[in-house]
Design a protein around this ligand. Structure first.
Ligand SMILES: Cc1cc2nc3c(=O)[nH]c(=O)nc-3n(C[C@H](O)[C@H](O)[C@H](O)COP(=O)(O)OP(=O)(O)OC[C@H]3O[C@@H](n4cnc5c(N)ncnc54)[C@H](O)[C@@H]3O)c2cc1C
Length: 594
């Protein structure tokens, strides 16, 4: 049976020691009264909910899956999901980082983010129900009319209603410009929506009284392509005069998908048969409004992958300590046993350390991005807010793609630690691998994230956002250059930073002559950028740990060991990636597939 222990010690290290949460919050008037102690108390309680309430439903939810009843077009979630959700709502968890004006607790994004890591580690399929609701909350909060906010936000904040994002159609996934769902204006100011959406997560279920679908559709006068897409709020039950769920709207679930992982989350075909909806924001500007939700969801998907990386690591570690096979190459370690535990073998340790390093690097990086979002939302100085927003925009595709690729690697390595037992359902490891796979696909595939990073965030911006983030890295490098103990971290960090600058210029030059060059380089480019970010955070964590390890706390020794492993074993991948990125488009485009 798998187990899960919330990684609270490492969260405290990252939030307090590495990122100085107290000082950050003190700059933000909305959070100035909050201290790290309160944050820790919330995380401790949140960790208990995740480990004690959600984790036991993870394997059972995977085995049972969701049930669809065609007669009523209803979906029943796996046993226990509904009760856990009601408990979650009763405890006020959905409102954690929401606006107090709508019943929220107004706590920082950084706290919510850490909470979501634990929820996802415990049960990704379950966590998608409240996760999507939070995205819908953010979108309506940013773009809804006052009346829409008053109606929907308090109910999304309390968790009484849940939300979805309805973009995908059978012929239209990545290329949203192809979407066909129509919205016709009605005399009363509402719209009548007709069309078919597919793959809608949490599109139908039995967990909440109403479902608030955010639907992309075209108005009759819409220009073609992405410039003709509008966003609508389409509730499952039309709210009555008191805002309570009233008449059933003509939007419903036609089927649910049978799929590789996240079986406890209902992936729905959603049919709109003249459903009533209301426009959110400006006509034809729906994609712009939906980007709020999509960006939140991209960070959310990164957190799904971080959770899976952590839980897979914890289980592989426990197994490697117990499982006895063979003898250590350097001589017997467990002389009273017929064999040594497999943790003595160098390659088993490589697999464990890979998962551990990706978990710790990912936690430091995503906590930083979450704090930048808090700055972007709440800092009193406009210029600071804008700078934080630019940084979040630059780093979001890296969070989404780098963390999800790493989780695929990490869960697979963690499974491998179990040998054949990892492939057997009982141990839970194969579920982590299956669940991790979708994260590389939805919310914009990782290819699309890479094109977004290299094309839009770096080249279209003449490298300005990248240069400003690079300045932070450069300052750190300069500040550490006199410390010989930091050389093992700073030298490779500085080397990679320089190589990324050169690589960016080279691809930019080639792409100006042939745009295929950008498409050919984007995926390895994002991975190089991801490694640069991780190298920066591991170097910063190493700096702290070098100073604090002298106190004898084994936590800091372990942190240093992980940082050293990262630089020795994972970062060198960048040499190959840079060669791939530089190799150009020719070898990809030469084949005549006809
Ligand atoms: C379990 C699950 C849950 C989902 N949940 C939701 C949801 O809640 N709401 C929702 O709206 N959607 C959801 N989706 C849909 C998901 O976001 C899409 O599957 C995804 O965006 C990719 O679209 P597609 O499947 O049509 O693939 P396609 O767009 O057909 O892409 C196929 C391949 O071509 C590549 N490709 C496509 N265009 C380009 C390009 N321009 N350049 C380079 N490569 C390209 C892609 O990277 C991919 O590898 C979900 C999907 C699944 C499987």
């Amino acid at each position: 049976m798998p187990h899960y222990q919330p990684p609270l010690r490492d969260m405290h290290f990252v939030l307090d020691e590495l990122l100085d949460l107290n000082a950050e919050l003190a700059q933000l008037p909305a959070h100035a009264g909050l201290d790290a102690t309160t944050v820790h108390q919330v995380l401790e309680e949140g960790g208990k909910f995740a480990a004690e309430r959600l984790f036991p439903l993870n394997q059972t939810g995977d085995r049972e899956g969701c049930h669809y009843d065609a007669a009523t077009r209803s979906v029943t979630t796996p046993r226990g999901f509904r009760d856990a959700y009601q408990q979650y709502v009763a405890a006020g968890w959905p409102s954690l980082a929401c606006d107090p004006a709508y019943g929220g607790q107004g706590l920082p994004v950084a706290l919510n983010n850490a909470f979501y890591e634990m929820l996802n580690a415990a049960n990704q399929a379950w966590t998608m129900y409240p996760g999507l609701s939070h995205g819908a909350y953010e979108c309506l909060h940013a773009h809804g009319s006052e009346a829409q906010k008053q109606l929907y936000l308090p109910r999304l904040v309390s968790g009484e209603w849940t939300g979805t994002m309805c973009l995908t159609e059978a012929h239209c996934g990545t290329d949203l410009g192809l979407l066909r769902t129509r919205a016709e204006p009605q005399p009363d100011g509402s719209y009548r929506l007709t069309g078919n959406k597919i793959f809608i997560s949490a599109g139908e279920h039995d967990m909440a009284a109403n479902i608030v679908h955010l639907v992309l559709a075209r108005l009759p006068d819409a220009p073609s392509g992405t410039r003709g897409i509008s966003l609508f709020v389409v509730p499952k039950f039309l709210p009555d005069a008191q805002g309570e769920p009233g008449e059933r709207n003509a939007i419903g679930c036609g089927a649910i998908e049978h799929k590789m992982g996240i079986h406890g989350n209902a992936t729905c075909q959603i049919n709109l048969d003249g459903a009533t909806g209301w426009l959110i924001g400006e006509p034809h500007r729906g994609l712009n409004a939906m980007f709020v939700m999509m960006n939140a969801a991209r960070l959310g998907v990164g957190m799904q992958s971080l959770g899976l990386t952590e839980v897979a690591y914890q289980n592989a570690l426990a197994y490697a300590r117990e499982r006895a096979q063979g003898r250590s190459l350097s001589g017997t370690k467990a002389s009273s046993a017929p064999a040594d535990p497999i943790i003595v073998h160098p390659d088993v340790r490589r697999m464990l350390m890979t998962a551990r390093a990706y978990a710790e690097g990912g936690r430091a990086f995503t906590s930083y991005v979450a704090l930048m979002i808090d700055r972007e939302l709440n800092h009193p100085d406009d210029a600071v807010r804008r700078e934080a927003a630019d940084e979040v925009a630059l780093l979001t595709p890296i969070v989404k793609a780098f963390l999800t690729d790493n989780a695929w690697i990490a869960t697979s390595e963690a499974l491998q630690v179990f040998g054949g037992h990892g492939y057997i359902a009982e141990w839970g490891m194969e579920q982590y691998v299956r669940d991790a796979r979708i994260n590389m696909i939805y919310e914009g595939t990782n290819t699309i994230q890479s094109l977004d990073l290299l094309g839009r965030k770096v080249l279209m911006d003449q490298g300005e956002k990248l240069r400003r983030f690079g300045e932070k890295i450069r300052h750190f490098i300069v500040a550490q250059s006199a410390d010989p103990a930091m050389a093992e971290f700073i030298t490779p960090l500085a080397d990679l930073a320089e190589k990324l600058v050169k690589l960016t210029a080279e691809i930019g030059g080639k792409a100006a002559a042939d745009p295929e060059e950008m498409g050919a380089a984007a995926v390895p480019y994002l991975r190089v950028a991801g490694h640069l970010v991780y190298a920066y955070f591991f170097a910063r964590m190493a700096k702290l740990s070098l100073t604090r390890a002298a106190g004898g706390d084994p936590f800091y020794q372990a942190k240093l060991a992980t940082a050293r492993f990262y630089f020795a074993r994972l970062l060198p991948e960048t040499a190959m990636l840079i060669r791939q990125a530089r190799s150009g488009a020719a070898s990809l485009m030469a084949m005549d597939f006809s």
